[in-house]
Ligand binder design. Structure first.
Ligand SMILES: Nc1nc2c(c(=O)[nH]1)N[C@H]1C(S)=C(S)[C@@H](COP(=O)(O)O)O[C@H]1N2
Ligand SMILES: [Mo]
Length: 330
């Protein structure tokens, strides 16, 4: 794969996007450009950072997962005020820093060893559990929900997830009265997840971890997804199980979860540890609170038409889910 790649016409021009990790990319760019002896005129062109053994996999193959049949669409979340984002588009425009700091990680992410996956649910609970993917599908009632999705970088999509409410896990493991927070830990093995290790000489806080207050987790919206677009999750979306929290910025939704822990203290989280002044723990979608480097008042809804056509939309408080979660923040 070439180091410098000219975006195809259907791709979002990278200069329209303000990535969470602009600091990774700026540095890499400068190095790449110097190395290639190229001028700054092509700065907006994205570098293709990772090379992968799965490099020649076709996108369609990565999306061709076993169908989840007999799953009902939850009527409370059966539609949103915008079209569902095209599946192929959502499957090739991802954030998954374990596999690189660019958006094109879908090939590299195929390295996640999803066979024999286990999720440990532990910590301050009465009934600790370890689930495999089969248990998750059998013990929890799967349903489909169409949710708006808003990345902190100000792009957005609408995604049909399949999974179950996080409160079903709460009911199964029974957190003790000391449990005040939950922490999600993503799969991490530097031999497999060969994304960036250092930035600005600083060691990155792997594994990727995120967290919630337990009341947030018990809210009706908080969801564990095992599927999307009618089938099991493709690896690039965080197979085999990831968190989906539609009133929060996308980075709260940890992918490829291996551990769920109930804690008495607020856990440290990946982005908040790395850049605390840009990414707070709560991370509720809030159009009136700009990110230090860009406004959050509007978003680019990706997937309006064919290809990567996008539409500028107003961002809503709590991403439009205030009626569900507003009472958590009074
Ligand atoms: N483990 C892990 N989970 C992660 C991330 C990540 O880099 N690593 N990125 C987050 C961010 S910033 C976003 S916007 C969403 C993207 O989800 P998608 O690629 O399925 O759209 O995943 C979130 N979960
Ligand atoms: Mo994000």
């Amino acid at each position: 794969m070439p180091i410098i790649r000219v975006p195809k016409s259907w791709e979002i021009p990278e200069n329209e996007v303000t990535p969470e990790a602009a600091f990774y990319n700026r540095r890499r760019f400068l190095k790449t450009l110097l190395g290639a002896g190229l001028g700054t005129s092509i700065l907006p062109i994205v570098g293709c950072q990772q090379s992968s053994s799965a490099e020649n996999v076709e996108l369609e193959k990565t999306l061709d997962k076993p169908k989840l049949t007999g799953v009902k669409l939850n009527s409370a979340f059966a539609e949103v005020d915008r079209p569902i984002t095209n599946e192929k588009l959502a499957g090739q425009y991802n954030n998954f820093y374990e596999f690189g700091s660019g958006k094109s990680i879908w090939q590299a992410a195929q390295a996640i060893p999803t066979d024999n996956w286990k999720v440990e649910v532990t910590g301050l609970v009465k009934n600790p559990q370890t689930y495999d993917l089969d248990d998750l599908q059998k013990k929890f009632n799967l349903q489909e929900r169409i949710y708006r999705f808003r990345c902190v970088e100000a792009w957005s999509m609408a995604i049909p997830w399949i999974g179950f409410p996080m409160r079903d896990i709460i009911a199964a493991v029974e957190p003790t009265s000391q449990a005040k927070f939950v922490r999600f830990t993503s799969y991490y093995d530097p031999k497999v997840t060969y994304g960036p290790l250092l930035t600005l000489g600083k060691k990155l806080p792997w594994p990727y971890q995120e967290g919630l207050r337990i009341e947030e987790m018990a809210n009706d919206l908080a969801f564990f997804a095992v599927g999307v677009y009618g089938h099991l999750l493709p690896d690039q979306h965080g197979a085999p199980i990831r968190a989906v929290l539609p009133w929060k910025y996308g980075f709260k939704g940890a992918k490829s979860i291996v551990k769920v822990e109930f804690l008495d203290k607020q856990p440290a989280t990946y982005w908040n540890t790395l850049v605390p002044n840009e990414y707070d723990f709560e991370a509720n979608v809030n159009p009136t609170k700009p990110h230090p480097r860009w406004s959050q008042a509007t978003e680019k809804f990706v997937g309006k038409g064919p290809g990567f056509a996008w539409e500028r939309k107003e961002t809503l408080p709590y991403n439009g889910y205030g009626e569900y979660v507003g009472s958590l923040y009074v």
